[in-house]
Design a protein around this ligand. Structure first.
Ligand SMILES: [Zn+2]
Length: 320
């Protein structure tokens, strides 16, 4: 009988022959150390939205004032792509310019893959593209809500080169946060394939269905998952949270979070839990300790050029 009660025993389980397939589910918490703004938190995109600055009709502005999430709503976007593109402009260009770097939690997935070959998949609810920045093979990642670092047409589905798209955003979309920086007026970015002004990063808009890949891969991966690591997500967004209760009953579930999340999904946070292990703490701190228990600190340190400053400080404070 497996008994995982701390990070040391978790590390032993990961390295043991009993553990062959590992699935990771991530949310906003794994990106905190990168410094990327969380759209939903106070001070984030929705909280500070000023509809009067956005290129839109009075009616569209009224909707956005009532509910800022109209910025990322499908019907709004198909009628007028400027609210989405103007609000997201700094994030799109920031992703292109690699302003935000992947954290220790992101790098854990690539170390796990290269050191053990047991990583089956990372499911991320984040759109920030940081999961794609640690060198994992593309097929190892499912971006449940899409991703900001790829571009495509919402109408015809054709992909567009991300750098070419970013150049268009820079030249054609007004910077509503720093109006002196970009063009004075927004002009449409047209799809090279269908001609409609509906090109955008490949994030999932409200009112759209999730990528079929999520359901395909989940039904393929979950039956044989030995370990599910749930990191930095409150487990309230469906259907991503279904991974937590769709794994077999003998799958070890590890929750990395500051809060005991997922109680309503049946996660047991007590110290003597049989099936679950609650690793309380900030994602970067917990994953650093886990990497330490796994004996991979030297490999982590080699990635210093691709880590945020706060993550580096944390590593250097613990492992001189
Ligand atoms: Zn198109």
């Amino acid at each position: 009988m497996r008994s995982v009660t701390d990070l040391a025993s978790l590390a032993r389980f990961i390295l043991s022959p009993d553990c062959q397939s590992i699935v990771i589910l991530t949310g906003a918490g794994v990106s905190v150390a990168s410094g990327i703004p969380d759209f939903r938190s106070p001070g984030g995109m929705y909280d500070t939205l000023r509809p009067e600055l956005i290129t839109a009709t009075e009616q569209q502005r009224k909707l956005m004032t009532m509910d800022p999430t109209y910025v990322v709503e499908k019907n709004m976007f198909l009628q007028n792509s400027f609210p989405y593109l103007e609000v997201r402009r700094p994030f799109i260009l920031g992703v292109r310019d690699r302003i935000w770097k992947p954290t220790i939690a992101h790098h854990f997935a690539s170390l796990l893959h290269s050191k053990t070959d047991k990583l089956t998949r990372v499911y991320t609810q984040n759109i920030d593209g940081l999961t794609n920045a640690v060198g994992l093979p593309d097929g190892k990642i499912v971006s449940v809500h899409g991703t900001l670092d790829k571009a495509g047409c919402e109408s015809c589905g054709e992909d567009m080169d991300f750098d070419a798209f970013c150049s268009e955003v820079e030249a054609k979309i007004r910077d509503i946060y720093h109006p002196e920086k970009g063009p004075q007026e927004s002009t449409p970015i047209k799809c090279p394939s269908c001609g409609k002004a509906t090109v955008k990063p490949k994030t999932v808009l409200f009112g759209s269905s999730l990528p079929a890949e999520f359901f395909d891969k989940a039904s393929q991966d979950l039956p044989t998952t030995d370990l599910l690591i749930v990191a930095g997500t409150s487990l309230v967004v469906s259907p991503a949270n279904s991974l937590a209760y769709n794994v077999p009953t003998n799958t070890l579930r590890v929750i990395v979070n500051n809060e005991p999340v997922g109680k309503e999904l049946g996660i047991d946070h007590s110290p003597d839990a049989k099936r679950d292990f609650f690793a309380r703490g900030d994602c970067d701190e917990v994953f650093l300790d886990l990497i330490g228990e796994l004996g991979w600190i030297a490999e982590l340190k080699e990635l210093e050029d691709n880590l945020p400053r706060v993550s580096l400080e944390l590593i250097n404070a613990k492992y001189k």
